[in-house]
Design a binder for this molecule. Sequence first.
Ligand SMILES: Cc1cc2nc3c(=O)[nH]c(=O)nc-3n(C[C@H](O)[C@H](O)[C@H](O)COP(=O)(O)OP(=O)(O)OC[C@H]3O[C@@H](n4cnc5c(N)ncnc54)[C@H](O)[C@@H]3O)c2cc1C
Length: 438
Amino acid sequence: MLEKTKLYTKIAGYALVMLWTELRLALRGVIVRRQAALFGSLGSEERTRNIVIVGANFAGYRVAQIIAKNLSPRSPYRVVVVEPNSHFHFTWVLPRFCVVKGHEHKAFIPYGGYLDGVIEGSYRWIQDKVIDIDRTTVRLQGSEESIPYEFLVIATGAGVQDGLPSRVNCTEKTEGIKRLQSMQNRLESANTVVVVGGGAAGVEVATDAKDLYPEKHIILIHSRDAVMHRFGKGLQKSAREGLERLGVELILEERVVNEDAATGVVTLRSGRQITCDFFMNCTGQRPLSEVVATLSPNSISSTGHIKVKPNLQIADDSLPNIYICGDVADTDTPNPNARSAMRQGTIVADNILRAAAGKTPSYVYENQWADGVIKLTLGLDRSVTHLGDGNSELLFASKETDEALMSAMAWSRMGAKPFEDAYMDAHAPEAERDINKS
Ligand SMILES: Cc1cc2nc3c(=O)[nH]c(=O)nc-3n(C[C@H](O)[C@H](O)[C@H](O)COP(=O)(O)OP(=O)(O)OC[C@H]3O[C@@H](n4cnc5c(N)ncnc54)[C@H](O)[C@@H]3O)c2cc1C
């Protein structure tokens, strides 16, 4: 009881700190806009010193927003964002949208709205990929442009080779929608489905699939003795019960050693073979740190993350103007997620604003267990929310009515009107456009 009271108190403290951060940033933004109105601001051609941000999903987009909104109106700096994707990828909904039809467009949120209200000329957006970084410039893949930087932020996140259900692995929204629809169709026509990986993505996709298609044989394979093994025992138990309630077959302490796509035969470490007609791999996330492999090879850890100092500068004394945040950063975050990525983005932005003003970048990042709060769906109409600090756990079971899982809220938070997208008006065939507005 005492432990749980402590947990509630700590959550309240965490929420207050978050609120204070938002207020502080909003107030600074208001001051900047007032200064611009009173004294004018520099145009983009006069802002010759670049703060380049590589990758703009949860971490990098947050950095871009805070810096662009808070740079002084007469600052010679501007933000340059390099991001290959046409849209922000709302990863949380990918497992659900691999199963349930009709919402796929909601996983791709138009860029731009999050930067509404920034002073004109304070940022440039480039849809491209950075393929090389040296001490002074980044080089782009598509245009082959070299962009000089004074500060550099690497927020390249993590990826998987197999793509969905974990990542989309394509840059255009239209193609992303097709890939989700292809997953839905393959699932619909399958009889036996093997899902590999008992983390959140695997548990969610398996329970959704079994809930929507109770007649199908859904098998979840996990290498540990419990699903959701990175979380507390209470969540592990709830997840297991959720899988059992629906009738998902759970195989624990097994690994897939071979998957023969032609025959559909999946071979496990024990030698057991399962024949399936759809195989979904929810494992294998790895940090995308190759961009610094040549510049600073010693900064890449054995896990592939980029090592950082407490203030999120790269752990390389010769590169004090390079900062790292989000899933690619080696911060020992127990369960990296969007909250921790965005909090790291805030620290990086604050530090660059200080450094650009000639001050010491003194904000430091510390892991907060409250970042790890997770809401796990266990079928189409229920979920469990888990809070735990390692000593104690709180679990809240809920009924779910929103099939699109908070997509509308995410669009609003990212400054976009759910689910309006001028890109789709221009790119999607007419029949699709109507669906994409609902
Ligand atoms: C299936 C799934 C479900 C999840 N559900 C939740 C959830 O419910 N709640 C939660 O809090 N977290 C969730 N997460 C975790 C969350 O998505 C990640 O922690 C978060 O995306 C990390 O943000 P990031 O910005 O560091 O990296 P990413 O989101 O991976 O973004 C990195 C960005 O960098 C870009 N990039 C990569 N390489 C380059 C390059 N060379 N040049 C330019 N740009 C580049 C990419 O295109 C991408 O836009 C989920 C993750 C997955 C996979």
